[in-house]
Design a protein around this ligand. Sequence first.
Ligand code: SAM
Length: 231
Amino acid sequence: MQEMTERLTMVLGQVRYARQESAGGRIIDVGSDHGYLAIRCLEEGLADEAVCTEIHRAPAQRSEDALIEAGFGDCSEVYITDGLKGVPLMAGDTVVIAGMGGLNIVDIISRALKDNGYHVLENVTFVLQPQKSNDIVRKYLSKAGFVFEDESVCYDRDIFYNCMRVVFKGISTTITDEEACYGPKLLSKFKNGDPQVIAYFEHLDEIFEIRQRSNPTVKAALEERKKNAGK
Ligand SMILES: C[S@@+](CC[C@H](N)C(=O)[O-])C[C@H]1O[C@@H](n2cnc3c(N)ncnc32)[C@H](O)[C@@H]1O
């Protein structure tokens, strides 16, 4: 069994929640690279079928070889494609987009929204783990009609990572700059005293102090946070 990093284990944890109520179905791993996540999902019986997409040929081949070696050649497909292009979504799918920049994630999801009917999307769960630009991802998701089900954090090889699980409801909402930068669900966990989220926020506070000089969203988020903390 392939050793999973803390970061991928966190992503897998969100997939487990997403799959709790749906037996079978597909896991779609966009940007699968090594294929570890898809393999683990199949090993755990979280999905009957895995679809991996990769924009580059070499990681696509790596994913395919790993799936075949793990004995999942018959229940997996690997596509060389950009995001979800040419992969129609189906009700019950869980889509994972992990280890990519936030702008790339927004681009992939916005194209998937255009390519798939709302009735399908309402029954698809997205597990997203942006490497950066979390505020842009969260603002986009809210405006596009997604709802946050959960967010998690982990500390892996000296780096904090976060992950969000969202579902499409089709009703556009606006989130505050504080929610966009810190995460609406993570803010609740912080208020409830979650030690890992407290450590993550201390780290964010530090980097945001510097970043606020050039980023108005971060500046507003810090001001909101200080105001709310003073209440
Ligand atoms: C840093 S790796 C992350 C791999 C894996 N998802 C993980 O979290 O460990 C990002 C992968 O996404 C692929 N990728 C980047 N943009 C993509 C896109 N638009 N569509 C499909 N794959 C993409 C890259 O080729 C690379 O293999």
